[in-house]
Ligand binder design. Sequence first.
Ligand code: PGA
Length: 261
Amino acid sequence: MEVVIVQDAAAGGELIAGSIADLLRRKPDALIGVATGSTPLPIYQALSSLVGSGALDASEARVAQLDEYVGLPQGHPESYRSVVLREVVEPLGLKESSFLGPDGSAEDVAEACEAYDRALWQAGGVDLQLLGIGTDGHIGFNEPCSSLASRTRIKTLTEQTRVDNARFFGGDVDQVPRHVITQGIGTILEARHLVLLATGEGKADAVAQTVEGPLAALVPASALQLHQHATVVVDEAAASKLKLADYFRATYAAKPDWQGL
Ligand code: PGA
């Protein structure tokens, strides 16, 4: 995988937004897999600026959710569908009809998971999948010891993840759902390009294990080692535990511009 160390979260957001913009200029209806949480927000802000300034027309782009809480009422402001509508679909002027996501309020959750996996396939697959990383090394909501071959399915959140996400629910961990639907690791690995952004010191251990540790279900993000086009963008704080940081810096500095991310 390629590791790109940037100064801060804003620089990471701009770099990744630039890569998405390049993709959309080549393929206007590209399917972008979007992640939620705090980390990707600078990407969406940078993309909105590009659209607002007229430098990018994203109106044909399609987006697909990575994961969703189970059991929140439809329209709940913290459902990931609502978050993606608010942070991505509306600011970028995308058509709501071009937005794919799993149905977290379905009565038959197993069927909803299978239907979503199929829908991604029928849509031609994800061109670029954005990822965050949990402090426990999860991608999507694939918690430690998730099968590296897993498909979209229901998962139970770890206590750590529910504590991490309580800030979106007024600080009350009891309000954070226990169950989620998440694209599986096998599903995620089918995207043509994976781009993981990690910022802040709290992610430094998970990043080091992902990039330099062994491939292990215990650190689900380490599955990126299996992908032929995976890019990990980290700020200085999240890179602080990488042994090969100097090598990664030198490699990126010497990279030909035409290669992009
Ligand atoms: P965060 O979440 O960006 O809010 O830290 C990351 C994740 O859980 O994937």
